[in-house]
Design a binder for this molecule. Sequence first.
Ligand code: ADP
Length: 279
Amino acid sequence: MPIIEVRDVNFKYEDTTEYVIEHLNLEIEQGSFVCILGHNGSGKSTLAKLLNVLYTPTSGNIVICGKNVLNEENWKIRKHAGMVFQNPDNQLIATMVREDVAFGLENIGTPHDEMESIIDSSLVNVGMLEFGDRAPHLLSGGQKQRVAIAGILAMLPEVIIFDESTSMLDPQGRKEILNVVKRINKEKNITIIWITHFMEEAVEADRVVVFQHGKVAMDGKPLEVFSNEEEVKSLGLDIPPMIALTNALNKEGISISTQILTVDDMVKEITNKYANNHK
Ligand code: ADP
């Protein structure tokens, strides 16, 4: 059974006439890492807000972890499916990192004697244990996002939704977050919905879903989606750097495997070819 089912959802904001999500159907498999792409205004963030029950569908419905958003209390859904937002500064409210991680636990009534060990393990999972007594506002953007993730991990979620959560970070911070998220996806089998405009992040996902006008325009494994260069470009997106490089080299007559997604893949491919040519 899918962990998220979006069933024929239409959505428009109050006081507007236009639907920004139209007849959307989407099923997300438990444990998968799904990347949502689409040009500005295609409805990605609106989908995230619907999944986090900040809004409810105008028609149709959404079932998350077996709970229907139309008739379940918001906090019960958010406990199972937490969200990390774009701006790290808007998510941390306490004066100490540990208090921030405790915040959600207090809201769901976790007994105080259980809290300390949950906070410890959540901070360990994001590599921030030694920052527990620091003031959140003194951390880097990447560290703040890791604390925000720890706050959600503490609630033992089944799903985490990331709405452009790396877009305000420097390249180092972006890498840190993506590595933490890939690890918790694999080790804890937590389902990841990853909204981004960075194509090099999309190649790390199991599945890429491309939005246009609030509908799914493309859906498949990263290589399946990005091999269709013309269609991806027509949807206002770039081709991930290593796939663009592969295509360009092949066009120049330098034969490179079309299975390459990442810098590591490319280094392996070129190293092998180079070694074979110099035997
Ligand atoms: P994306 O995340 O893909 O950039 P959004 O979901 O933010 O797209 O926006 C989809 C559409 O909904 C856009 O046309 C945007 O202008 C509109 N929109 C977003 N938020 C609101 C709002 N609070 N009120 C009215 N319209 C909105």
